[in-house]
Design a protein around this ligand. Structure first.
Ligand code: HEC
Length: 277
């Protein structure tokens, strides 16, 4: 019996070690140096920083929107960031909607009520979806050396590494080190898959200013635009965080009440026991 048990234990241990070995093997394959580790974003305890998301929208609108779309965002969605109707109208009015185009998100507002004969474009309104820079994927690729700039509607949610990696990526361009070749028309970036991307470095110091006219540093622009992309991909982030804070405060309140009540009952129970004695 004892010998058989011991044997089984040894077999079990062997199988365990084999599984561990395979696990480690898979892990090291998985962790092959395709994506270098990137620093994690530092978000305050207070949750999404609305001022940063707002500045990030400006970075997106001024720089990234030349190549990338956010086809599921309406201008009116910006009101969740605290902008007023008028501010949203003003921002929308700086963009134009081309006619007639069928919007992938099915926006009625992008259909030309006047048909082909009508004006070719009109200023965007609050309810329009943010217009895409290219009419089709083919046109986008043609303008970008064959690479397709991804749509940003849910990009930060599905791209491995999310907002943290986007922030690092925008600051990850370097001259290619000796021995590492980058294909013609591609750029060396330490946070890109295989260190190579077809997106030219998009950010420049001095391209974006804050409300007081100070130029935003490259790190600040990268942080802000990744805040914006994270918010676009999770539009309920702000409400969820606010709900979370309210729920936590409520639970703390209930906890304190229960504690006080328990102490009260305990004291009463002790008193009545000492009376009985
Ligand atoms: C000149 C056009 C252009 C501009 C401007 C631009 N991008 Fe891109 N972006 C591209 C292209 C093209 C790709 C696809 C690259 C690829 O597949 O290698 C891309 C891909 C990306 C990727 C994924 C990287 C990868 O290698 O897959 C991220 C992240 C990104 N862009 C963020 C941004 C942000 C944020 C901005 C604004 C600050 C921006 N881009 C501005 C063209 C652009």
């Amino acid at each position: 019996m004892g010998i058989r048990n011991g044997g089984r234990r040894r077999i079990n241990r062997g199988v365990g070690l084999a599984i561990l070995g395979i696990g480690l093997g898979v892990k090291s394959l998985w962790a092959a140096p395709a994506i270098s580790p990137y620093p994690l974003r530092k978000d305050g305890l207070s949750g999404p920083d609305i001022a940063s998301i707002q500045r990030g929208f400006v970075v997106f609108d001024t720089v990234c929107a030349r190549c990338h779309s956010v086809k599921y965002m309406r201008f009116d969605d910006l009101k969740a960031l605290g902008l007023t109707d008028d501010q949203v109208k003003q921002i929308a009015g700086r963009h134009s909607i081309e006619h007639p185009t069928e919007h992938p998100a099915g926006s009625l507002s992008s259909l030309n009520p006047l048909g082909e004969a009508g004006p070719k474009s009109r200023p965007a309104g609050r309810w329009d979806y943010f217009p895409s820079p290219f009419r089709s994927e083919e046109e986008a690729k043609r303008a970008n050396n064959g690479a397709l700039p991804p749509d940003f509607s849910s990009f930060a949610a599905y791209w491995p590494g999310g907002a943290s990696r986007i922030e690092a990526f925008l600051q990850g361009y370097r001259p290619a080190p000796e021995g590492e070749k980058v294909p013609i028309g591609s750029y060396y970036n330490i946070y890109a898959k295989n260190h190579s991307t077809d997106m030219p470095p998009p950010l420049q110091v001095g391209a974006i200013h804050d409300r007081d006219g100070h130029a935003l540093s490259l790190a600040q622009q990268a942080h802000d635009v990744s805040s914006f992309l994270e918010w676009v991909a999770h539009p309920h982030l702000i409400e969820r965080r606010q709900w979370g804070i309210s729920a936590t405060l409520y639970l703390i309140f209930v906890g304190v009440c229960i504690f006080l009540l328990k102490r009260r009952l305990w004291l009463l129970a002790q008193k009545s026991r000492s009376k009985e004695e």
